[in-house]
Design a protein around this ligand. Structure first.
Ligand code: 1CP
Length: 366
């Protein structure tokens, strides 16, 4: 009788078990974590990739005053930006405001963020000689500001929602370290892997070792789960993805498996969803170019899928967003599903459209 669900508010149904788990984890809303563990939840959790960013006027105001890395390296600014979408849009998880490029920076490469141009690394890696300029750093010496930001954010969140930590996948980090800037094709990074494979694997291993230490320290500082962003995984063929990307992601998931829950998001790498599931990760991000049912068939039943709303569709009128979101939720079906976009939110999305996305998920009954 005690374990019958009962109403606490109009929206939520809790069982005594749910309440006990939530009490033990110190989180008032742990929908995301329970979904990753494959447990039943009263509704689908929702967050948005790049939710802390330029579509929010409150973020743009801080952007006027402080440089990008100033915002990233100052724990109280990073905390404020991390929490903005929780307060303003009502997402079920916070993701630490930082960037995947703090890793090459910590390894010894200069990284600049140039207004309207994106990231620039003026001295990229091209030769064996260049490799001598970088190292696997002590993450506490180089990235302590991230761990301080995590501790402060956890304090300020005060258990409202889980905090997601993250890092780039080694292949995606190599893309920037070799190409030196953003690119549609990352042709120089690919050529580097194809013409100097030994060097490429040395570099990928150094990035992997750094990332493992970095993510372990994020977990120790308090993040509740981590996401590995392989934004450029989809530029590789299935075989190359296995050899250049997944091999290293596997090492990372393996190193973290007893410490936290892991989500892999390899944009465009639909062909490898099954292999990614076999890494032991608990979540798989997917983009809008694969249908939910096809992704589920590839991934099997034992992993949570996350995605896959086309970010550009948030520019549609609100009633269209509501209709399309409901259609997406229906296609994914019940259980092991986290609502999200298929890539980062665009800077020109009106805040009330982002809120409509989140609210439609939160009020949806399957
Ligand atoms: O204010 C600004 O103009 C800076 C824009 C910006 C922001 C808000 C950059 C520069 N990074 C970030 C934050 C960021 N980056 C987060 C914060 C947490 C969140 O809200 O999600 C995260 C998770 C990232 C991760 C990131 N950085 C990725 C992987 C995710 C993705 O979108 O594919 C990548 C590829 C980067 C590199 C990067 N940093 C910034 C930009 C504009 C880019 C992309 C450049 C390119 O297109 O190649």
């Amino acid at each position: 009788m005690l374990n019958k669900p009962f109403n606490i508010s109009k929206l939520t149904l809790f069982t005594i078990d749910d309440l006990l788990i939530q009490f033990m984890s110190g989180l008032k809303n742990d929908l995301l974590l329970r979904t990753l563990r494959g447990e039943q939840t009263e509704r689908i959790p929702v967050w948005m990739m790049r939710q802390a960013g330029r579509y929010l006027p409150e973020y743009r105001a801080l952007r006027e005053k402080y440089g990008f890395f100033e915002r990233v390296q100052n724990p109280s600014l990073a905390t404020e930006i991390t929490i903005q979408p929780v307060d303003l849009v009502g997402v079920d998880a916070a993701i630490l405001f930082s960037d995947i490029l703090v890793v090459p920076q910590a390894m010894g490469l200069e990284v600049q963020l140039i207004e309207s141009k994106g990231p620039v690394l003026p001295d990229p890696i091209k030769t064996q000689e260049d490799l001598k300029r970088i190292r696997v750093p002590d993450v506490h010496e180089t990235l302590q500001y991230v761990f301080d930001a995590i501790k402060l954010t956890k304090q300020e969140l005060n258990g409202r929602v889980p905090l997601i930590g993250f890092a780039g996948a080694p292949w995606t980090i190599l893309c920037y370290m070799v190409q030196g800037k953003g690119s549609k094709t990352f042709d120089e990074a690919k050529a580097f892997c194809y013409t100097q494979p030994e060097l490429a694997h040395q570099l990928l291993q150094m990035i992997t070792d750094t990332t493992i230490a970095y993510l372990k320290a994020q977990v120790k500082a308090g993040v509740d789960t981590v996401q590995i962003f392989d934004s450029w995984g989809g530029l590789l063929s299935k075989d190359d993805f296995e050899n250049i990307s997944l091999k290293y992601i596997r090492q990372i998931v393996h190193a973290l498996k007893d410490e936290t829950l892991v989500i892999i998001f390899a944009k465009g790498a639909w062909h490898s969803l099954q292999s990614m599931t076999e890494t032991g990760a608990q979540g798989l991000g997917i983009d809008w170019c694969i249908e939910p049912q096809t992704a589920r068939n590839f991934a099997g039943p034992n992993i949570s899928l996350q995605g896959n709303f086309d970010p550009a569709k948030l520019l549609s009128p609100i009633p269209v967003i509501q209709k399309e979101v409901k259609q997406m939720l229906t296609s994914f079906g019940k259980g092991r599903y986290i609502a999200n976009l298929g890539h980062g939110i665009l800077p020109n999305v009106p805040v009330d459209h982002a809120r409509a996305f989140v609210d439609t998920v939160k009020t949806f009954n399957l």
